[in-house]
Every structure is written in structure tokens, then in C-alpha cells.
Design a protein around this ligand. Structure first.
Ligand code: DQA
Length: 142
């Protein structure tokens, strides 16, 4: 059975409360449950992790080395400035699919920059919560 890590970065624990016009009404827990069920339907197992702390996210990425077939990762605002997280993604042998619920290219200028460019397998943005399921497909269809 393939194993996937679903990671969400800062402020994504506030989904459902946070700017629903941008990020929708679903809580992170309900999105995680959907991803787990979807992956199960494709014979894959998903572990979920969310943190607001850069170091904890780096540690989780390091711990993923050799243990997962892929990582579905929404880095939140870290996307736009965390070279430490970019380096952590580059340091491991696990393919990472970057996901953004909103269309980051159609928002403020600073959101158009992703420090993960060049180290992720693919980037999915602006597809709402479906983007997480599409990222699972990208990993399982490799
Ligand atoms: C986000 C987009 C980021 O710019 C923002 O900082 C987030 C969420 C998204 O899912 O659309 O926290 O990654």
C-alpha cells in the first residue's frame, strides 16, 4: 500500500473560520478526512500533519525521508519566504506536490513567488479543496 503524508503549514488550522470567501467553509479536519477517504479508495494510506511552526514542519519533512511515496503540502505563507522549508523539501527523497486552495497567482504580488519552485514535483493552485485530491492523484499516478 502506498503511503502519503498530507502536510499543512501556518494558519491552515483556521480553515472554515479564516477568510471563507477565499478559502471556503470546510475545516481542516473535514478536508483531511476527505483526503484520507479518497486515498483509501485508491488503496493508499494518508498521515496528516499541520503546524504553525517552521521547525516542526522541517522536522516532519526530515522524518518523511524513506517513509512515504509522496507528500501533499500546502505551505501557507511559508511558500513565499521560507528557504529553510525549501531546503528541507530538497533534502529528502520524497516527491512533494505543492497545493494552494486559492489562486495565488491572481492575488497580491507577494503570493506569486514560491520558494518551492524547482524542488516540487508539481504545483496545484486555485482549485479549492479539490486541489488536495488532485495532488494525491499526481503522486499515485506517477
Ligand atoms: C495558501 C496561499 C498562501 O498565500 C497563504 O499564505 C495561505 C494559504 C492557499 O492555500 O491558498 O496561508 O497557501
Amino acid at each position: 500500500m502506498k503511503r502519503i503524508l498530507l502536510m499543512n503549514g501556518p494558519n491552515l488550522n483556521m480553515l472554515g473560520i479564516r477568510e471563507p470567501g477565499v478559502y471556503g467553509n470546510d475545516s481542516l479536519a473535514s478536508i483531511e478526512a476527505e483526503v484520507v477517504a479518497y486515498a483509501e479508495g485508491r488503496d493508499a494510506a494518508v498521515d496528516c500533519f499541520q503546524s504553525n511552526h517552521e521547525g516542526d514542519l522541517i522536522d516532519r519533512l526530515h522524518g518523511a525521508h524513506g517513509h512515504y511515496d509522496g507528500i501533499v503540502y500546502n505551505p501557507g505563507a511559508h511558500t513565499h519566504y521560507s528557504y529553510a522549508l525549501r531546503d528541507a523539501v530538497a533534502a529528502i527523497d520524497v516527491p512533494v506536490v505543492e497545493v494552494h486552495i486559492s489562486d495565488v497567482d491572481a492575488r497580491e504580488e507577494f503570493r506569486k513567488v514560491s520558494v518551492f519552485d524547482g524542488v516540487v514535483l508539481a504545483k496545484i493552485a486555485g482549485h479549492g479543496k479539490k486541489g488536495y485530491l488532485e495532488a494525491v492523484d499526481v503522486i499515485l499516478d506517477r
